[in-house]
Write a protein that binds this ligand. Structure first.
Ligand code: ADP
Length: 479
């Protein structure tokens, strides 16, 4: 008999995704099923989610008023996931981005939208669903974090609560006055509770009231306790270091499979990449020559170090490399990338979000660049490994935990899988790109790195075992 856990997330692959959080939320249930845990995943009923259900599913809980309108939980299976969808039209039935209004700013009622998700999680935790009660509630990022104080306020005997930080940069700050309307316990509005610089910080509430905290790589777990990375929450996190875990994400190796990809030319050995590379160059209108064809698939933000890649680009091009970029984000970065590509047959840029193209880029690219200033885990370097697209990464967070640098020791041991450089430093990135081009010109060394990369374990097996062990500890403590 499997044990019951509730995973609560604001996005989940393949239903709705803006970033890596969705990949993780979508993969965890499958990964943990093999460890004896049945996860149900609670997500908001955004338009595309409800469209996907097409009226299927069954209402298993309802209320006349959830922060300004009626709401119900629909239990449904979709895409192999056991879902609880929070149908609350006044909060989620709107077009556009899930987090941002048409003006590009956060929806003004995001506090209520995600407090509602959290409130629904707390109801399920308290036994609102007939015949099903989770032993563990797993909260992802600030959007689910208020469930921790709501569950705590229900008193003892509830489930164990795990708060996972996918990115501490998104904290869920809300005006202090909202705490009454959100039903947050008044005695928690203190520096030891959910108060943060005079306002409410949803993520802090999760960090304070959860039974354990995890984040998505061991290095980021350490970094989070320092001022350079903790974004003001380092003290709160450091105080809980006995309950802090770093568990490296995996990737879905069925979807991300060079030999079984539905979007890209297939291959099973590095030599087979040539066809995918030709197709990619053609798709971007590039003539990459013999140098490495590098790819970037990313949100275009300062966090991701896209400005650093632009600054280092001349050195890549001078060393014989070329670059294809897929992403969207901050306007100045989009403009600068488009300007760099104008008139060039060795720089190509696509602004937008395109899942299929991202697959073809990992398949056809010789290298994938991830020059992030900070990176909780990072997924694209793992896709790169899987497809033999050598990752060139900043030495930070999960990037530092996944790549073995092609330094002298790494090469001599025949273990190298990629290249690392100091984070936040365009000069160091430029040097790494020149090193990349030099390695690419040595076919035997390059082929060895590609083989190592493609063999490097990137699936969910290890993480699933770690999460299962943590769930079991939490359930025991809660009992
Ligand atoms: P983050 O969650 O910080 O954005 P991650 O590396 O953890 O970064 O996850 C990003 C995910 O989004 C990866 O699956 C990546 O392939 C995907 N992605 C990012 N930008 C695009 C894009 N423009 N088109 C397609 N996929 C993208």
């Amino acid at each position: 008999m499997s044990r019951a856990a509730l995973s609560v997330a604001s996005e989940c692959v393949p239903l709705v995704k803006t970033g890596g959080l969705a990949d993780v939320a979508g993969a965890l249930p499958g990964a943990l099923a093999g460890q004896g845990w049945r996860l149900r995943t609670l997500i908001p009923g955004y338009q595309p989610v409800l469209q996907r259900l097409r009226g299927r599913g069954e209402a298993v809980w309802q209320t006349a008023d959830l922060f300004g309108g009626p709401a119900r939980l629909i239990a449904a299976e979709a895409a192999g996931l056991d879902l609880l969808v929070l149908d609350a039209p006044h909060l989620y039935n709107r077009g556009g981005s899930i987090y941002l209004g048409p003006d590009g700013l956060d929806w003004p009622d995001n506090a209520e939208r995600y407090a509602a998700l959290s409130r629904a999680a707390a109801e399920v935790a308290a036994g609102a669903l007939e015949g099903w009660r989770p032993e563990v509630v797993h909260l992802h990022d600030w959007q689910a974090a208020l469930a921790a104080p709501y569950i705590r306020a229900q008193g003892s005997g509830g489930p164990g609560v795990l708060m996972t930080i996918h990115n501490v940069a998104f904290k869920g700050d809300m005006p202090a006055a909202r705490r009454h309307a959100l039903g947050l316990p008044e005695d928690g509005f203190t520096p030891e509770g959910y108060e943060f610089w005079g306002g409410i910080c949803a993520l802090k509430a999760g960090l304070v009231y959860a039974d354990a905290i995890s984040t998505v790589s061991p290095t980021y777990a350490r970094e989070l306790t320092t001022p350079a990375f903790g974004m003001g929450l380092e003290g709160v996190i450091a105080k809980r270091s006995d309950d802090l875990y770093g568990i490296l994400n995996g990737i879905d190796t069925r979807i991300w499979s060079p030999s079984g990809d539905v979007h890209a030319p297939r291959f099973s050995r590095p030599a087979g990449k040539a066809k995918a590379r030709r197709a990619l160059a053609e798709e971007f209108g590039l003539t990459p020559g013999d140098g490495p064809l590098c790819v970037v698939i990313s949100r275009l933000t300062a966090q991701k170090g896209i400005d650093l890649a632009l600054a280092a680009l001349p050195r890549l091009l001078a060393a014989g490399g070329s670059l294809a970029v897929l992403g969207s984000g901050e306007a100045w970065l989009e403009q600068a990338l488009l300007a760099a590509a104008r008139g060039s047959d060795r720089v190509g840029v696509r602004i937008g979000y395109d899942e299929g193209l991202s697959h073809r880029m990992f398949a056809g690219g010789d290298a994938v660049l991830v020059p992030s200033r900070f990176e909780p885990c990072g997924l694209t370097q793992m896709y790169g490994l899987r497809y033999g697209a050598i990752p060139v990464v900043a030495r930070t967070g999960g990037l530092a935990d996944t790549v073995i640098d092609a330094n002298d020791a790494g090469l001599r041991a025949g273990a190298a899988t990629g290249l690392m450089h100091a984070p936040g430093d365009a000069g160091a990135l430029g040097a790494a790109l020149e090193r990349l081009c030099a390695l690419h010109a040595r076919p035997e060394v390059w082929a060895r790195m590609q083989r190592n990369a493609m063999k490097h374990p990137v699936g969910w097996e290890e993480a699933a075992a770690d999460y299962a062990a943590l769930y079991a500890r939490l359930a025991e403590r809660a009992a």
